[in-house]
Design a protein around this ligand. Sequence first.
Ligand code: ATP
Ligand code: MG
Length: 298
Amino acid sequence: MWAKLADGARRLVEQAAGARGERDAARPPAVTPLARVVSVASGKGGTGKSILSTNLACQLARAGERVVLIDCDTGWANDHLLLGLQPSYDLGHVAGGQATVLQSLVPGPGGLRLLSGGVGRARDAEPTWRDLDRLFHALVQLETSFDVVIVDHGAGLGLAAQALIAAGSALVIVTGTEVTALSDGYAAYKRAVALAPAVRAGLVVNKVASPQVGREAWERFSFVSQRFLERKPELLALVPDDRAVVESVEKRLPVVLSAPTSPAAQAIAEVARWEPFRVAAPAVGGQGVFERSRRALR
Ligand SMILES: Nc1ncnc2c1ncn2[C@@H]1O[C@H](COP(=O)(O)OP(=O)(O)OP(=O)(O)O)[C@@H](O)[C@H]1O
Ligand SMILES: [Mg+2]
């Protein structure tokens, strides 16, 4: 499957080069910008992807962007809990054709829209490429109706994350400072680079006990990446281990709303200023990330 995805990614890169050539030959092609699609992933579980994703979605929505947060931790979704929402439909219903994407969006804090993942249904926990093909086909609609789509993935790079990365989604990797989280985070980055050598990737070091511990973790990550992959992600933020985050979970409200001046909220607000959240990547041959993800899967 992985070789197939890498092939799909290669085809997309060639297609992109072709599209660039055509653009240069006949400019300016006035096209409606498509939504910016950013994946949030990690190696190890529990590093803080869902906290970061829900807060980024809320922060960007408050700034006036039309934001959809997709909880792609299918079968184990919990973004709705962090946001205090009770969705009637989720990705499983969308993939199965029981609900449309627009029907499944739930309005949440700051004006964000949530597309929840399912909880507890065995089938959702391991979507096949056929399920994903149907799902991505349905999600294409979001790219013309919204400015930003944030995809919160489960731990490790599953099929959905790999297809999105191969299709050119920007990637935020969330790691802790402990050696296991760093090692798994590096493995996720390495896989992403193999799928899409030009991937735009940023690193968030989360639950940092002190700025020095955070800096050391970043230095280790970037040293190993540079040495073995001859590239490194961009450092997006060192997010402190902050009691305000734990309290925000209890309140079911993102920390950027419940405690906007807390150190964690300030660091997350910095991440929301990363360019891929603000500037759309050009559509390749008129196609957005979700359509290209379908092609990468084939
Ligand atoms: N900056 C922080 N400061 C303090 N606690 C934090 C911070 N970030 C996350 N946490 C804690 O870590 C817990 C796990 O975070 P989260 O659910 O976002 O991880 P995850 O990476 O999405 O996990 P999974 O891999 O299971 O999806 C949160 O419930 C919260 O209590
Ligand atoms: Mg999560």
